[in-house]
Design a protein around this ligand. Structure first.
Ligand code: SF4
Ligand code: SF4
Ligand code: SF4
Ligand code: FES
Length: 919
């Protein structure tokens, strides 16, 4: 569990030793340790109810009282710090009597339904009643009590039964300290005290984000998962990794037979340390949803009905079609896309199939449409295509810069960790056109919100660097010792040009020069400063330039290479880092080594026993364009809904329709499957065995909690397809695939399932020299040797607002839904976000006659969609915003073909649009 900043129950605050005696045993603990904690070091567990390791001590239940020689009264051991020479007795007749009395009072106002209670066997109140030896309750239940208090069943995932509440405040403190949402409070006093969500409006209507931290903290059945109420207590546990976002939270899947009863975030999970969000903890029901397709399907033409067939028939059908296409149109006429939702092992075999069995490098991945500029930019400047820190590093940051990211919605567990650091006093700079929640949330106010116009990122980052250089704030020592001098001098000459100044760029960016100057000074001089960025950086025509600009900024200020600093892309999908690591780009083999490098290629040719094409293959946009030109005719699509997630939907679907063989491997018949000829059913994360790599480069085990309902692992289906096409591919297990990855990929050299099972997780590089991985990159020197500055000239996007399309549309995500919603739409999460809506500034709405909740037509030069409007001042005038979670709303119908100059990452974040009211 995430440790609070100064909990007397948990982390001792000072190394200085204090000697005392507890129950006759000598104890030596650091100053600041509580008596309860000290007792635990000698094996004495003191009875407690309101204390728990994950929260600051509170001292309300009085169950943990002890006797201290020479001191009057019975102090609470959870809140009393040790003192030198103290003599503590945890069990005396007086202590035992008072504890029993306390417990008796609790039980006298508690339903005596233990045998039928959902928490039976997993209830701390029950345990403590036993521990203190309570045998009878002298007070009847006829007096005033809370036993008939009404349940709150409004949350779809958990129930709140106030009749069972002991008002210990653990839920309130969990919401405050761990999640940072401050949704709960104890209202009223004395006997009337009760837990209230929001303004006593129930959990669903309150600001609760359903993270479940309160449910986990509750020592009784007051807050409990509805699945536990329905299914009863679990009987086995499998440790695995969440399959939603790039935070990569570790969970214990608790099961009864093959049915998941609940997901509990793992306290020792490197990424989450016991916390979770609504998706990971609760939204796993899609894995067994009745919409899942469990048997392979084929059809001759995309207009035909699907035919359910055997695995052999489906694989034979796909292999024959692919080979026939290659026979008639050449080896390059087919290719594939790997999935960032799948395991490293599953992705590895797909890229291997394409290079070895298809005989070309036409492999790409959905990172093309999200973080490909990160790969390019960070490799160019630092030498490696990945974030520099672990998540924990933010706890050492004095200044946190969030650029084009919305961590509390898109990376919620990291967002909660970041908020905790901000509440401790770190300063926040947000660079975003939209006022994300972090700008103003309970106990947090951003020091600077640079509310730039969409598409002007590079001008802003240049202006920040301009201030740092021209005001003499460069960390000259760092630059001289760590960076390439020639590139720095060239960059410096560029960045000091007057046109890069905040004053010169303000008319384009809309960011007041004074505010920008103040933010630059804070970043350079405010102590450790860390940058976290998201797709608001990369999904632009200058996405790669912006990544270079961020890297330049961090090097100039010396904000990299140590705890609390760094450049950190918040990767979207659970395994987007891994799918890139595994060689999913058309120019790179696993480990980011160029396909044209003879030595690398020879290594793979030797291992795979096949000649590899030295020429880079096609990217997704090239494949689609060539499909429309009739030259690209077959595609294997692993777990990626191109028809919904890629820009300019009409173009994508026309290209898919033009192909002769589209094979989709997925859980559901998604939008892309409408254009498929073969559907190979995939496995849900609870059925997989393998690894995911999160945004911190952390390789986490994904363990099989239930057998694949399809009867086949995804990697095995891919191996069979490769074999049917004439390239034999066979593995005994996912572990054997990882062994091959490790043998061929230097940064994974020390990774194996056995090693991960031993140490928990590792951040690559994991090598014989760094067997437990690498928390922070570039500490002594950059991976490329010296950090390289690159020039980042601001070039406005060709997508401009015009008279016809005067507004700029930008897009993003919300907490309860995930990406194109394939999974979350099939869970009760739909209650929070049943449709995508268009946020529009009050002025823009008023001049168009649009009211809150009205239907609107959103048009760009690419297409038109309908949405409901939400009038909101989160955006500046001239900018509108929507999410892209629902196929019915089809946000990507309006996005354009513009893309990043270096990587073709689509420019999702800037589309010129007009909005009209509609009935
Ligand atoms: S579920 Fe999370 S946000 Fe909601 S009340 Fe509980 S701790 Fe707070
Ligand atoms: S709901 Fe649970 S955690 Fe919250 S005060 Fe009641 S008993 Fe304690
Ligand atoms: S933060 Fe991401 S990885 Fe963690 S539980 Fe939520 S969705 Fe899963
Ligand atoms: S556990 Fe110490 S007062 Fe409750």
């Amino acid at each position: 569990m995430i440790a609070p900043p100064s909990s007397p129950v948990s982390t001792p605050v000072s190394p200085a030793a204090v000697l005392l005696t507890i129950d006759g045993m000598p104890v030596s603990v650091p100053t600041g340790t509580s008596i309860m904690q000290a007792a635990r070091t000698v094996g004495v567990d003191i009875a407690k109810l309101c204390a728990t390791d994950s929260l600051k001590a509170f001292g309300s239940c009085r169950l943990c009282i002890v006797q201290v020689d020479g001191r009057r009264g019975l102090p609470a051991s959870c809140t009393t710090p040790v003192e030198p020479g103290m003599v503590v007795r945890t069990q005396t007749p007086q202590v035992a009597r008072v504890r029993r009395n306390v417990m008796e009072l609790y039980i006298s106002d508690h339903p005596l339904d233990c045998l039928t209670c959902a928490a039976n066997g997993d209830c701390e109140l029950q345990d403590m009643a036993g521990a203190v030896g309570l045998r009878e309750v002298r007070y009847g239940m006829d007096g005033a009590n809370h036993l008939v208090a009404e349940k709150d069943e409004s949350n779809p995932y958990f129930t709140f039964d106030p009749a069972k509440c002991i008002v210990c405040s653990r839920c309130v403190r969990a919401c405050d300290e761990i999640q940072g949402t401050f949704a709960l409070s104890i209202t009223d006093r004395g006997f009337a005290s009760k837990v209230s969500a929001g303004m006593d409006e129930g959990f669903l209507a309150s600001e609760c984000v359903s993270c479940g931290a309160c449910v986990q903290a509750c020592p009784t059945a007051t807050l409990i998962e509805k699945t536990v109420v329905d299914a009863g207590q679990p009987d086995r546990t499998v440790k695995t990794t969440c399959a939603y976002c790039g935070v990569g939270c570790s969970f214990e899947a608790q099961l009864k037979g093959n049915e998941v009863v609940r997901m509990v975030p793992a306290a020792d999970g490197g990424a989450n340390e016991g916390h979770s969000c609504v998706k990971g903890r609760f939204a796993w029901g899609y894995a067994t949803h009745t919409d899942r397709v469990l048997a392979p399907l084929v059809r001759e033409q995309i207009g035909d009905p699907w035919r359910e067939v055997s695995w052999d028939e489906a694989i034979g059908f796909a292999a024959r079609r692919f080979m026939d296409i290659q026979h008639r149109h050449g080896r390059e006429a087919i290719g594939g896309v790997s999935s960032s939702r799948c395991t490293n092992e599953e992705v590895y075999v797909v890229q291997k199939m394409i290079r070895a069995a298809f005989g070309n490098n036409n492999i790409d991945t959905c990172a093309r449409v999200c973080h490909s500029p990160t790969g390019y930019g960070l490799k160019q400047t630092f030498g490696t295509a990945a974030g520099t820190q672990d998540f924990k590093s933010v706890e050492h940051a004095d200044v946190i810069v969030v650029i084009g990211a919305n961590p509390t919605d898109a990376h919620p567990v990291f967002g909660a960790r970041m908020k905790r650091r901000l509440r401790q006093g770190a300063k926040l700079i947000v660079i975003d056109p939209r006022r994300i929640d972090l700008v103003r949330s309970p106990h947090i106010r951003a020091a600077h919100h640079l509310q730039l116009r969409p598409g002007t990122n590079v001008a802003v980052v240049n202006a920040l660097a301009h201030v740092i250089v021209t005001e003499g704030l460069v960390n000259e020592t760092f630059v001289a010792s760590r960076c390439d001098a020639r590139s720095y001098e060239q960059w410096k000459a560029f960045i000091v040009q007057p046109e890069q100044s905040p004053e010169a760029t303000e008319p384009h960016t809309g960011v007041p020069a004074d505010e920008l100057r103040a933010a630059a000074r804070l970043y350079a001089t405010g102590g450790n400063a860390a940058i976290y960025y998201g797709l608001g950086v990369t999904e632009h025509s200058q996405g790669s330039t912006m990544v270079l600009g961020i890297a330049n900024l961090a090097m100039a200020a010396g904000q990299i290479g140590r705890d609390g600093t760094g450049v950190n892309p918040l990767r979207g999908q659970n395994n987007v880092q891994g799918s890139c690591d595994m060689g999913s780009f058309p120019h790179e083999l696993p480990g980011y080594r160029h396909i044209s490098d003879d030595a690398t290629r020879a290594r793979f040719e030797d291992a795979w026993q096949v000649a590899l094409d030295p020429e880079p293959g096609l990217r997704i946009p090239n494949m689609l364009a060539l499909a429309l030109a009739g030259q690209f005719r077959g595609m294997f699509i692993q777990g990626e809904d191109l028809a919904q997630s890629d820009p300019n939907t009409h173009h994508v679907t026309a290209a898919l329709s033009a192909m002769e063989c589209v094979v989709v491997q997925d859980l559901f018949l998604n939008e892309t499957a409408k254009y498929a000829h073969v559907f190979l059913p995939g496995t849900a994360f609870l059925e997989k065995d393998g690894t995911f790599t999160n945004a911190e480069r952390r390789i986490n085990r994904v363990r099989r909690a239930m057998p694949p309902r399809t009867g086949m692992d995804e990697w095995e289906a891919v191996c069979r397809l490769a074999t049917a096409m004439g390239y034999p591919m066979q593995y005994d297990s996912a572990a054997a695939i990882m062994d091959e990855i490790a043998a061929l990929t230097p940064t994974f050299a020390g990774v194996s399932f056995a090693h991960l099972d031993r140490v928990g997780s590792v951040q690559w590089p994991c090598t014989p020299d760094a067997p437990v991985g690498t928390r922070i990159m570039h500490e002594e020197q950059f991976v490329r040797g010296r950090g390289r500055f690159l020039l980042t000239r601001y070039v406005p996007t060709d997508e401009r607002s015009t008279r016809k399309f005067p507004l700029l549309l930008t897009t993003g995500r919300i907490l309860s839904q995930y990406n194109v919603g394939t999974e979350t739409r099939r869970t009760p999460n739909a209650v929070w976000h049943p449709e995508d809506v268009l946020e529009i500034h009050p002025h823009d709405a008023e001049v168009r006659g649009i009211g809150d909740g009205d239907g609107v037509l959103l048009s760009s030069r690419k297409g038109t969609i309908t949405l409901h409007a939400r009038v909101s001042d989160r955006l500046p005038e001239g900018v509108v915003y929507t999410t892209f979670h629902h196929p019915e709303n089809a946000a990507n119908v309006v996005t354009t073909e513009f893309s990043d100059w270096a990587t073709n990452c689509p420019e999702y974040k800037v589309t010129a649009v007009e909005v009209h009211p509609v009935d």
